[in-house]
Design a protein around this ligand. Structure first.
Ligand SMILES: Cc1cc2nc3c(=O)[nH]c(=O)nc-3n(C[C@H](O)[C@H](O)[C@H](O)COP(=O)(O)O)c2cc1C
Length: 361
């Protein structure tokens, strides 16, 4: 089942080289504003077209809403939308039917689904499936925005290049980054070095990974379901669904393991009559519930698997060792295109928790 969410549920459909990819969303309350131009803008942000750093796959990604929206609002029934796959070239991938690309899903997918599975272009394991996640996330943002919650993601690092990012980032300013840069980072000088690093990796027939950070502000205190559906569990579940995500941390994350309690604890302070914390090592979450501080998560994206350099593989038909150089059109670094996906998947998970906790209508 390619589904996520409880009260707000998304189901993705399609494959990389089939006729379309898309999404169904159940549970959107009737009357929720659906910003169709906003969805298109976010699809354009995810799209590689015109980007120097991305795959040469050229698709319009025109949003087609099939049902669920009347006069710019949800009618309370299932929302269903898709975009067509237009630039589908099967040839470069044909060898992967028998020779799995190292680092990609080909090998376990072929064993699990057998010879009939359409793994062309990565099949259901392609980054193209994230089109639906973005569409669903914009719907969720419509719900969250009405309650003053904003979610934004940006690039923390690419390869060895780190961005300098202040703790008190203006989230509204963050949201304008996508209009300006291919690498969306608040540290413009680092972003330029990251772009250069990606181009250098591509020239070498290689790829790079990186870290995307997402922040959500304006959440109430106490959101999240105790224990198994803690905010960390639900948000991490959603984030790990994004292809190429290999690690997720909240707040101080792995660095917390090296701190003392006196250092890691976030002291409570009063701001007016609001209880806040003077630091946010907890990433806005204690006991699986939101504290009212920004929810902060970081996601590690691995270097793109499909690289031009020759790599060792095995021909599953002849059972002989071979080498493979991946042709076809690929992203030398997934991070620039994953930023919007991370942002929207997080918004969706938080909106689901919001509906479950009675914070959203
Ligand atoms: C937006 C996006 C674009 C992607 N583009 C590529 C690509 O061009 N080449 C590739 O090998 N992987 C790409 N991926 C990642 C693969 O889909 C993923 O690595 C593969 O399915 C194996 O899954 P795993 O990395 O989660 O284990 C992309 C992922 C995303 C989110």
């Amino acid at each position: 089942m390619m589904q996520f969410g409880e009260r707000l549920r998304m189901t993705i459909f399609g494959t990389s080289h089939g006729p379309e990819v898309g999404i169904e969303v159940d549970g959107l309350p009737a009357g929720t504003p659906v910003d169709l131009p906003g969805i298109q803008r976010q699809l354009d942000r995810r799209r590689p077209v015109g980007r120097r750093l991305a795959t040469k796959r050229q698709e319009e990604d025109r949003l087609v809403v099939e049902h669920g929206v009347v006069d710019g609002r949800s009618d309370g029934t299932r929302f269903r939308a898709h975009v067509a796959n237009e630039d589908v070239r099967r040839e470069p991938y044909d060898r992967t039917q028998n020779v799995p690309r190292p680092g990609h899903a080909d090998f376990p997918a072929r064993v699990r689904y057998g010879p009939d599975a359409d793994l062309s272009g990565g099949g259901i394991f392609s980054g193209r499936m994230t089109v639906g996640l973005v569409i669903a996330g914009v719907l969720a943002e419509g719900l969250l925005r009405a309650r003053g919650v904003q979610v934004a993601a940006f690039t923390r690092s690419i390869g060895p290049v780190d961005a300098a990012v202040p703790d008190d980032l203006d989230i509204a300013a963050l949201r304008t980054l996508s209009a300006r840069n291919e690498v969306e980072s608040p540290d413009a000088a680092a972003a330029a070095r990251m772009e250069a690093a990606i181009l250098e990796a591509r020239r070498d027939g290689d790829s790079l990974g990186g870290v995307v950070e997402v922040r959500a502000v304006g959440l109430p205190v106490g959101l999240g379901e105790p224990f198994f559906d803690s905010v960390e569990s639900v948000v991490a579940h959603a984030l790990f669904s994004i292809p190429a995500v290999k690690a997720v941390e909240f707040g101080a994350g792995f660095a917390a393991a090296r701190m003392r309690g006196s250092e890691h604890n976030d002291p409570f302070v009063l701001e007016g009559d609001q209880v806040r914390t003077s630091s946010n090592h907890a990433g806005g979450i204690l006991g699986g519930l939101t504290t009212g501080m920004p929810v902060v998560a970081r996601v590690a994206i691995k270097p793109t698997a499909s690289i031009a350099r020759p790599q060792r593989s095995v021909d599953l038909g002849t059972r002989a060792g071979t080498t493979l150089s991946v042709t076809g059109r690929h992203d030398p670094c997934i991070v620039p295109r994953a930023v919007g996906v991370v942002e929207h998947v997080t918004a969706f998970a938080l909106a689901d928790l919001g509906l479950r906790g009675g914070f959203l209508p």
